[in-house]
Write a protein that binds this ligand. Structure first.
Ligand code: ZN
Ligand code: ZN
Length: 187
């Protein structure tokens, strides 16, 4: 599966897709909203302020080109690392030191259209943090998390830990700790 920014300068490949993804998740949390606001991409939020993410394992990601276009934002000093591109301001992925989690935003996937996305992955599997949603999110969205969200994500995380899928990550230096781009901390 190809990951790319809107202009195509940044490209990465996901090995093991769609086997190694828990599927489509939507997060309504205030941080995800604040981030897209910060980089001036609220056009990517859904009508309830949700951000759609399709996670993969960092070890399954190969950056093909455009590493020099990546920039990294942290909303706070301990916040998760959010990578976007400087060429065309596309948010690409959210990740964290040592976690088998690379949350690629839906807009970074090279799907031709929504039909192809639906065919490959089916509908959104879980929605979380509904207490921050604007208006009324789809029925069944929990205020924070629910069993369904845990059942979607926990097997993915466990398998990721067992098989050591947090590294190598193309978003960190070989030490696994230092981001490949110096993060800009918002506050
Ligand atoms: Zn670009
Ligand atoms: Zn969020």
């Amino acid at each position: 599966m190809e990951i790319k920014c809107e202009c195509g300068n940044f490209r990465a490949n996901l090995r093991a897709f769609p086997e190694n993804t828990p599927g489509r998740l939507v997060c309504y949390c205030d941080d995800c909203q604040a981030y897209l606001q910060h980089i001036d991409r609220i056009d990517l939020l859904d009508e309830n302020g949700g951000t759609e993410v399709i996670p993969a394992y960092p070890a399954d990601v190969d950056i093909v080109c455009g590493l020099e276009h990546l920039k990294c934002t942290q909303l706070s000093a301990k916040g998760i690392l959010r990578f976007s591109t400087s060429c065309c301001n596309t948010p690409i992925v959210n990740t964290k030191v040592g976690e088998p989690w690379a949350g690629f935003l839906r807009c970074s996937y090279g799907f031709q259209n929504t039909q192809e996305l639906d065919q490959k992955l089916g509908p959104v599997r879980s929605r979380i943090m509904g207490k921050y949603a604007k208006g009324n999110p789809p029925a069944g969205t929990p205020k924070k998390f629910n069993l369904r969200a845990f059942l979607t994500v926990i097997p993915f995380m466990l398998k990721g830990r067992i098989f050591g899928k947090s590294k190598p990550s193309p978003f960190f230096e070989p030490d696994g700790l230092t981001p490949v781009v110096i993060p800009q901390i918002v506050k």
